[in-house]
Design a protein around this ligand. Structure first.
Ligand code: BV8
Length: 244
């Protein structure tokens, strides 16, 4: 089976944790996933951070440390090739924070949920900055800029937590791409359980403009019936053949 892509096709790709699974990054909701053993709101919400910043920093520092030696896989690379083939008729919207799409060479990309290897200050308007530090378990890092002004302000991972808005402009860029594409849109969701909004709403937005939707996923998620085509299997194995 192949996805029909001609010189008028616009492709919007949505990726979730499943595309990084074959690189060795745990997903969230699968057995043995990141959420297992964690109360999601305790580690991925502003309330959880407020209540216990050390717990949240332990959760994200462990994920930073676990990225050592992790490389993009054939699915990440297949999306880079498609981007080079389509140019401005391609856009990647990732829910992932693992940085593997950028490492593979993706450029026409929006990170909907932030980036694991960036931190930002909870107080000043300092721009989010590169931060690969896996902080020691009893350390909640402080902002150096605020400290210079005699104020102790916590740093936080540059991650979008539940109940928080997505970064400015992200949804606008995706919506503009969908409406420009119209019926020429192919929406391809890869490795996502389709549970988190607003990402999970993109398949509906595709139908509203008359586009075609595809899902490549290891198992049938709850929202599989919303897609025109469903391909079950590991992304690194299934995706390259679909895009030739
Ligand atoms: C917001 C932090 C508004 C990052 C994450 C409408 C309806 C219902 C609820 C809402 C709604 N609108 C808003 C909400 C609330 C909430 C939400 O969606 N709740 C859900 C859970 C009920 N959404 C929000 O809060 C969002 N914000 O809408 O703001 C607003 C407006 C005004 C003012 C204030 C606010 C913010 C959402 C971002 C949340 N952050 N995490 C991090 O720690 O990483 S979400 C978390 O889940 C991750 O970011 C992850 O990206 C995301 C989705 O998970 P998946 O990537 O799909 O991973 P999962 O494990 O679930 O699934 C993996 C899939 O891969 C599986 O299906 C598996 O079968 C498959 N797979 C496994 N191996 C492979 C594979 N597939 C292929 N190949 C393989 N090898």
């Amino acid at each position: 089976m192949r996805i029909a892509i001609d010189n008028s096709t616009h492709v919007l790709v949505l990726t979730g944790a499943g595309i990084s699974a074959e690189s060795g990054v745990p997903t969230f909701r699968d057995a043995g996933g990141l959420w297992e053993g964690h109360d999601v709101t305790a580690v991925a919400s502003p309330e959880g951070f407020e209540a216990d910043p050390l717990l949240v920093w332990r959760f994200y520092s462990q994920r930073r440390a676990a990225m050592t030696g992790i490389e993009p896989n054939a699915a990440h690379r297949a999306l880079v090739e498609l981007e080079h083939r389509l140019g401005d008729r391609f856009l990647l919207a990732t829910q992932n924070v693992d940085g593997l799409h950028a490492a593979a060479g993706s450029e026409r990309m929006v990170e909907m949920h932030g980036g694991l290897m960036r931190s930002r200050c909870t107080r000043c308007d300092r721009h989010p900055f590169a931060d690969t530090t896996a902080y020691k378990p009893n350390v909640a890092p402080l902002c150096g800029q605020c400290r210079g002004r005699g104020v102790d302000a916590l740093l936080r991972p540059d991650i979008v937590w539940f109940g928080e808005r997505l970064p400015a402009g992200v949804l606008d860029r995706i919506e503009a791409f969908v409406s420009t594409a119209g019926r020429r849109l192919v929406f391809l969701a890869i490795g996502t359980s389709g549970l988190v909004h607003p990402a999970a709403g993109l398949v509906d937005a595709t139908r509203q403009v008359g586009g075609t939707s595809w899902l490549v996923n290891l198992e049938r998620p709850a929202n599989a019936s919303q897609f025109d085509h469903v391909v079950l299997g590991p992304a690194a194995h299934e995706l390259p053949g679909l895009l030739v």
